[in-house]
Write a protein that binds this ligand. Structure first.
Ligand SMILES: *Cc1c(COP(=O)(O)O)cnc(C)c1O
Length: 337
């Protein structure tokens, strides 16, 4: 038996045991769906035949997303979470390598390595901003350039003029906007002009549906068609499709929570300004080596590695959870650990 080597820089997933009270490690929404919306979903599910395969091209959900953005369903693809979409995108285009901009989301690197596709890294500058000119230099031989805005784990958005420099080379750009609802910034308006732009979104963060697994792409029709030619046909199940569609009709609830999370984020940021980086997402990057200390307090955050070792990424939770985090971090700082 020969097993493909593990991807080196991808730390084995640490399964945490013990009685942790507060989970601020995965950038989830701290709020589950309101009971009335759950009931509405259950009503829809009751009408759904469980014995049938889901719609093969997921048209009902694609139409709903298209209507939401004023696009055509032919410009929308949906999949089993953003991660599944990324795994297909990595393989869809030809080229010598993919380009990533570390420190950023690890899944681009993960899927490239898994598919034995080389990765060229064009690091972010000291303020975690992309350098459009440097990326453009690598564009010619690249299959895809991944840009993340707001970026995970740093929380900042990327300047439009830098993104434009990359788009103008004609290389396929996957612009990962998983946290765009929190920043209020998007490049969706550029889809009209750039056939090489693919925008990735997810229902996992602002829409509170991390457990349901749904993400979508917005792009030129030709890319969407190509995507459906390689996609596993039934990976987005009918239950999730219905759930996501119902949530699109409750954008007011989504935005109410987004605003709550933004307020809480700023409250925490102000208290730890010397250690936290400004964020336009639902988390904060902090230059505090407090991972183990917080675990002992029952608070789980994300430990980071590489150039961000001794940093933590903290998801914004509910007010009470954030209070506990604030108190624990104050104690950590006073103790001078
Ligand atoms: C969370 C996240 C995604 C997608 O997550 P899914 O749950 O798989 O939809 C994509 N990109 C970034 C940067 C993320 O943080």
């Amino acid at each position: 038996m020969k097993i493909r080597g593990l991807v080196k820089s991808f730390e084995p997933y640490r399964v945490l045991e013990g009685n942790y009270k507060i989970w601020l490690d995965k950038n989830e929404n701290p709020f589950d769906l309101p009971p009335e919306i759950k009931e509405e979903i259950f009503e829809e599910l009751r009408k759904t035949p469980f014995n049938r395969y889901p719609h093969i091209t997921a048209m009902p959900l694609r139409e709903a997303i298209a209507e939401f953005y004023g696009l055509n369903p032919e410009n929308v693809a949906v999949g089993n979470g953003g991660d599944e979409l990324l795994s297909y995108l990595t393989r869809l285009f030809k080229g010598d390598y993919i380009v990533t901009t570390p420190p950023t989301f690890g899944m681009y690197y993960f899927y490239a390595k898994l598919n034995e596709i080389p990765v060229v890294e064009v690091p972010l500058d000291e303020s975690f901003t992309i350098n459009g000119d440097m990326i453009a230099e690598k564009a010619k031989k690249a299959s895809i350039v991944f840009i993340t805005s707001p970026n995970n784990p740093t929380g900042n958005t990327q300047p439009r003029e830098e993104i434009l420099k990359v788009l103008d080379t004609g290389v396929t750009v996957v612009l990962d906007e998983a946290y765009a609802e929190f920043s209020g910034k998007s490049c969706i308006d550029l889809l009209d002009k750039y056939e090489n732009l693919i925008i990735l979104r997810t229902f996992s963060k602002a829409f509170s549906l991390a457990g349901a697994r749904a993400g979508y792409l917005l792009a030129d029709e030709e890319i969407i068609n190509a995507f459906y030619r390689i996609k596993s046909p039934f990976s987005l199940n009918s239950l999730t499709m219905i759930t996501a569609k119902v949530m699109l009709n409750h954008y007011d609830v989504v935005m109410e929570r987004v605003n709550y999370i933004i307020k809480e984020r700023e409250r925490i940021y102000k208290k730890f300004k010397d250690y936290a980086y400004p964020s336009e997402a639902n988390f904060l990057l902090m230059r505090l080596d407090a991972y183990e200390f917080l675990l002992e307090k029952g608070i789980v955050v994300r430990k980071l590695g590489g150039q961000l070792k001794e940093h933590i990424r903290v998801t914004i939770g509910k007010r009470e959870e954030n209070d506990e985090l604030i108190n624990a971090l104050k104690e950590f700082l006073e103790g001078d650990y």
